[in-house]
Ligand binder design. Structure first.
Ligand code: GTP
Length: 356
């Protein structure tokens, strides 16, 4: 990246409720994505664009991040941390980092976005337009569930449409949504209210759009919010398939260090096994994510599912269609579990249960 921007704030303070029970035991940014914590992919992305100075704006379970990353020197980064005294929302969390900002502008990333967005191109547009803020935008096919961002032909923001009805839409207009990545001039951060909960999407941006100088940056790049189990699982498959640029290995399967696959067991296509995970004889794991140290029993089949760290799946059990098994849960032999279904951290399902 040009010297246009040298610092980023990563918003990593949310509770990650949609990803429960997996976020009971770790904050969302520390959830593993293939071979590294999710947020490491974001640091890799920033690093590729020459941004090495990152502020983690934390809230929920900040210690896990600090313990892993420290001051960042082991990762070639300069990392610092601020912690919400209480949940401050997305703008409050940026405001809370204001004292650590060193330049005239800053990149802000939601901590649950996997993307290979061209940050240089975003910054180039920002500088060329003289913007106070630039919001990365991603196209969606069905806009009904989202907040749509409507642009003028020069890409300045015309309007935000929250969960639009068909009548509100113009024929042929692109459905662009906020991609959770922003480049902001410092003045925008200065204008954010201090010491209270505030949403960047719902309060700050509509106000800035009214003032002028807020632009959108539409991009067709890979983009995924990993905040739901289905999306988190799909992100693994996308990384393995090479659909998004990351520093992780690609291929039909990923086996973490010390993972064991017994004779006659099969992994993949598109499956990720955490460190020390074990597949017993005849077990099969497909389009699924298996946590560190989990054990998949003899002849068990896991398809389109997530199995948490240290969980055990009994002999001959079948898990499919979006099942999520919490860490250390124990699923007895001969179960048939079809999702969307979640088993709590440490939960137990007795043998021979059928849950559809
Ligand atoms: P859910 O509880 O599943 O909705 O997830 P979430 O808590 O992560 O909320 P959401 O996806 O809306 O948040 C978007 C990003 O902002 C995430 O990376 C969150 O970590 C972060 N975030 C949301 N609220 C706060 C907050 O109050 N403080 C801080 N520091 N970060 C936040």
């Amino acid at each position: 990246m040009s010297a246009a921007v040298t610092q980023a704030v990563l918003l990593v303070g949310g509770e990650g409720r949609r990803l429960r029970p997996l976020t009971d035991t770790r904050p969302k940014p520390m959830m593993s994505l293939v071979d590294r914590p999710f947020v490491t992919h974001q640091l890799d992305h920033l690093s590729r664009h020459g941004i090495h100075d990152v502020i983690f704006s934390c809230g929920y379970r900040p210690e896990a991040l600090e313990l892993h990353f420290g001051d960042g020197s082991a990762f070639g980064m300069r990392l610092s941390y601020v912690v919400d005294p209480e949940p401050l929302g997305t703008a409050g969390a940026v405001k809370n980092a204001e004292g650590l900002l060193t330049g005239d502008r800053v990149l802000v990333f939601n901590g649950d976005i996997l993307t290979d967005l061209d940050l240089d191109a975003l910054a180039a547009q920002h500088v060329e337009r003289g913007s106070v803020g630039t919001i990365a935008l991603t196209p969606v096919e069905e806009p009904w569930a989202y907040g749509l961002v409507r642009l003028h032909p020069d890409r300045s923001v015309e309007a935000f449409l929250e969960k639009p009805s068909p009548e509100e839409l113009r024929p042929g207009e692109p459905f662009l949504i906020n991609a959770g990545t922003y480049l902001l001039e410092r003045q925008v951060v200065e204008r954010m209210p201090a010491g209270r909960k505030c949403s960047i999407e719902r309060e700050v941006f509509p106000e800035e759009a009214g003032r002028g100088g807020l632009y959108g940056f539409p991009s067709e790049c890979y983009w995924r919010d990993i905040g739901t189990p289905a999306s988190y699982r799909q992100a693994h498959l996308d990384v393995l398939a090479g659909s998004v640029r990351t520093e992780s290995p690609t291929g039909l399967r990923y086996l973490g260090p010390g993972a064991q696959v017994a004779d006659g067991a099969t992994v993949g296509p598109l499956a990720s096994l955490g460190a020390g995970a074990v597949l017993e004889e005849g077990a099969n794991v497909e389009r699924s994510v298996i946590g560190d140290g989990a054990r998949i029993g003899r002849g068990a089949h896991v398809t389109d599912a997530i199995v948490g760290a240290g969980a055990t799946i009994g002999e001959g059990s079948l898990l499919s269609d979006g099942v999520v098994i919490g860490d250390r849960a124990s699923i007895g032999a001969g179960n048939r579990l079809r999702g969307p279904l979640k088993v709590a951290t440490g939960g137990t399902i007795p043998p021979g249960t059928l849950i559809d």
